[in-house]
Design a protein around this ligand. Structure first.
Ligand SMILES: [Zn+2]
Ligand SMILES: [Zn+2]
Length: 386
């Protein structure tokens, strides 16, 4: 069986010996993607009695109350908490504390209705309280649904915690298609980020002999291609395009689970996005949605690959910055750091410093290693900030 061709619904509980020499498995028990999939929730709750639902004031309206009525109709004892925020809900100690205050001590299972923030919060609570959690996705905006990492703001800085996989992921395309347009665009930005993430992995495999898994790469590439094939449908909210997008985002998380780290999904483009986000946070400013920053980071890093390759041929297939930019622009996703409010000095500094965010080998580290990072950072900065 060619695992890279596997259908998403067959991924849960899979375990196989891969050509990369490792045994891969998925830690997620159930994945349900499709129109009306919220109705399938009771099926996944057969082993549980007391359900606790976490939403925020937006996701409660678009999904949480529907989930509650589906479960109450089936006779479940449901309690819930709705986290209120005026703008974006921040996944910090206060939000975690609010959930802990509300959660009944006899809760058997936690259900989060939301996207990145609610997922990160519920995953942490699930891990600390030893209660499984289900995420009912409300937006195809990022690829964290199927991962086991929780990104939280702790002591005012963004930190990642290794926690648990969700017990189940429910992605109802009837809900997802109505998500705010910038969240759909962010999801596509996060997917296009795989172009440079996978290039960085190939590069490190070649240069450092880092472990590499062809199957995981093929899985992510196939899902990304399906999204690109449906590109025009994303802004039109066509069910097929929304399904391709959420499937790609989930597959990307599954690939991370197979490999045991975020290599298949995250490289220098994510480090740039992370740098910009942290910088905004430190100044008390609102930052862009993760996938929007990643989209811009992908264009910048693709361009950086071209600069490096012109200086010294890399000898590998490198990302095509024009292609990446064209695809993102077609979906209305920003493609330049100016469009997302990054100042010239922050941009220049991010090119020099983003590689220090993680000890991961990327094109930024490679450029530093061959002694051209400063020159390239200046060239790319003056390309954008004329
Ligand atoms: Zn991402
Ligand atoms: Zn493998």
């Amino acid at each position: 069986m060619d695992i890279s061709q596997i259908e998403l619904k067959n991924v849960p509980c899979i375990e196989f010996d891969c050509t990369c020499g490792r045994t891969h498995k998925s830690g997620i028990k159930h994945i349900s993607v499709g129109s009306g999939s919220i109705q399938s929730l009771p099926f996944y709750l057969k082993d549980f009695k007391n359900v606790f639902i976490v939403s925020d004031n937006n996701t409660y309206e678009v999904c949480g109350k529907n989930v509650i009525s589906v479960l109450e109709e089936q006779g479940y004892s449901v309690s819930q908490c709705t986290l209120f925020s005026k703008g974006f809900l921040v996944p910090d100690e206060k939000a975690l504390g609010s959930i802990l205050v509300e959660i009944p001590s006899d809760t058997d299972i936690l259900i989060g209705t939301g996207s990145g923030t609610i997922n990160d919060l519920c995953r942490m609570i699930s891990y600390k309280c030893h209660i499984p959690y289900i995420i009912v996705a409300t937006a195809p905006s990022m690829d964290g649904y199927a991962s086991s990492v929780s990104s939280l703001i702790v002591k005012e800085s963004k930190q990642t915690f290794e926690t648990v996989f969700p017990y189940a992921i429910i992605a109802d395309t009837d809900v997802l298609k109505d998500a705010p347009l910038n969240m759909l665009q962010a999801g596509f930005g996060d997917i296009m980020g795989k172009v440079t993430a996978l290039a960085d992995w190939r590069l490190s495999h070649r240069i450092n002999d880092e472990y590499y898994c062809d199957t995981s790469v093929a899985l992510v590439n196939r899902a990304m291609q399906k999204c690109i094939d449906n590109l025009y449908g994303i802004v039109k909210r066509s069910p097929d395009a929304i399904k391709a997008l959420i499937e790609a985002l989930i597959i990307s998380g599954v690939a991370m689970g197979f490999v045991g780290n975020s290599r298949p999904a995250s490289g220098a483009e994510h480090h740039l996005a992370h740098y910009w986000e942290t910088d905004a946070l430190s100044k008390g400013q609102e930052h862009n949605l993760h996938g929007i920053s990643v989209g811009v980071g992908t264009v910048v890093i693709s361009r950086l690959y071209n600069f490096v390759n012109n200086f010294k041929p890399i000898g590998l297939e490198i990302p095509d910055s024009k292609y990446v930019e064209y695809m993102l622009a077609r979906a209305g996703v920003p493609v330049s750091p100016l469009e997302i409010g990054i100042t010239k000095s922050v941009f220049h500094r991010s090119l020099l410093k983003a590689m220090e965010i993680r000890p991961r080998f990327t094109i930024l580290r490679y450029a530093a290693q061959i002694g051209i990072l400063e020159e390239i950072a200046s060239s790319i900065t003056s390309f954008y900030y004329k």
